[in-house]
Write a protein that binds this ligand. Structure first.
Ligand code: PLP
Length: 270
């Protein structure tokens, strides 16, 4: 897919998001609540990212720390996208935290799924005197993927972050959900369980449901996700086209496609 298609795709997605937002407000009678569109740019080239940025997209989400770090210092992106906001939506290995936090324009980490990870991030952030938005990732049904905490662990993790991690600004909960759900049979049960978990957590914390965002919905289901209450959809394929290197959501420590990205040294680029 060439860059020309990106404006067309982005316009189409924005239109569908805003229609879904309007429909949701009409159905619930609640005021319209904006939805953030995060461009899931894993495996996509610098040129594609720059093109989407030129079309007004500011929020980009990456899965792999190595790839994010490489893109974050890419001269093309640095020059053309001064206001880019990166979000991490892939699994974090503790030994990559320092590398991750070198990304200046990293605004959020959506994949905190253990107390140990939260504590390690807190320590590294406080050393850098840096505060960042954070989401707790819940595994709502992904079978082969081990990332995301269990529903039963989510409240304790949320509490720990709020109480003991002042450099993590807890903004919400994130999930992926099982693939290939047939929506003609009704809403995805993973999404329903996730929304219920969110409601329970807000209740336990004695905060309104708007106090914590929900990040769910991808190319296949972002409109359904918005109908169910999503505040952020993460869309890749519908925006950029099929990924050149189709990969699952598993964490590959060294994903094969990374070798196609110019791997410059982060230190010399700084
Ligand atoms: C790749 C990815 C997306 C986007 O998936 P598409 O189906 O291409 O829109 C969203 N969330 C996560 C966590 C991803 O890894």
């Amino acid at each position: 897919m060439s860059c020309d298609h990106i404006r067309h795709n982005l316009d189409g997605i924005r239109g569908r998001v805003s229609q879904a937002v309007t429909r949701r407000a009409q159905t619930s009678g609640a005021p319209e609540k904006e939805v953030r569109l995060a461009a899931a740019s894993k495996t996509q080239s610098q040129e594609m990212i720059v093109e989407a940025y030129r079309c007004g997209q500011r929020v980009f989400a990456e899965n792999y720390i190595q790839e994010l770090c490489t893109k974050a210092v890419d001269p093309l992106i640095v020059t053309a996208c001064p206001e880019i906001q990166w979000r991490l939506i892939g699994h974090i290995q503790t030994n990559k935290i320092n590398q991750l936090l070198r990304v200046d324009r990293l605004t959020a980490i959506e994949t905190i799924d253990s107390q140990k990870l939260a504590q390690s991030l807190e320590k590294a952030l406080s050393q850098r005197q840096r505060t960042i938005d954070a989401m707790v990732q819940i595994n709502s049904g992904e079978e082969d993927v081990k990332t995301g905490c269990h529903f039963s662990e989510a409240l304790a993790l949320v509490r720990l972050i709020r109480a003991e991690c002042p450099h993590l600004r807890l903004t919400g909960l994130m999930t992926v959900g099982r693939f290939g759900h047939d929506w003609t049979t009704g809403p995805n049960p993973d999404f329903l369980a996730f929304v219920e978990c969110h409601r329970n957590i807000c209740e336990s914390l004695a905060v309104g449901v708007d106090a914590l965002e929900l990040s769910f919905g991808m190319t296949a289901d972002f409109e359904e996700a918005i109908a169910l209450g999503s505040d952020e959809v993460r869309v890749g394929t519908a925006l950029f086209g099929e990924r050149k290197h189709p990969i699952g959501l598993q964490d590959y420590t060294n994903p094969p496609y990374l070798q196609t990205i110019d791997d410059k040294s982060l230190e010399t680029a700084k």
